[in-house]
Design a protein around this ligand. Structure first.
Ligand SMILES: Nc1ncnc2c1ncn2[C@@H]1O[C@H](COP(=O)(O)OP(=O)(O)O)[C@@H](O)[C@H]1O
Ligand SMILES: [Mg+2]
Length: 97
């Protein structure tokens, strides 16, 4: 279970997420919809620890993960697949996934 509680995040002085709360439950698919620039990628980057949470928290299976490094968050089984072409060219599609 992935829980976002009153999460705030952004870039420098620019705040993008203003108190986002949502829960992703095991065995279910959750889609976040929004226009370009709405904050979808910012949400994912904050979950992954690529951006620091300015307020609120991210927890996974009851353990707070906000503040952990992306490396340690990845070890918990959480992965971020960017929309850009940030892939490993030498790996297959399966290996990249
Ligand atoms: N690296 C960045 N520095 C400053 N502002 C950014 C950066 N990346 C995104 N933003 C801004 O944050 C807001 C949310 O962007 P983003 O999360 O990428 O939206 P989405 O993924 O929903 O299209 C937008 O206003 C965007 O311009
Ligand atoms: Mg995006």
């Amino acid at each position: 279970m992935l829980d976002l509680a009153d999460l705030s995040s952004g870039y420098g002085e620019t705040q993008v997420l203003h108190g986002l709360t949502l829960r992703a439950e095991p065995g279910r698919v959750l889609a976040i919809l929004g226009r370009n620039g709405a904050g979808k990628s910012t949400t994912l980057k904050t979950i992954m620890g690529l951006l620091p949470a300015k307020g609120g928290s991210v927890s996974f299976d009851g353990k707070t993960i906000s503040g952990m490094t992306p490396f340690d968050i990845a070890k918990l089984g959480i992965a971020y697949v960017p929309e850009t072409r940030d892939i490993f060219r030498s790996l297959s599609v399966r290996e990249n996934l």
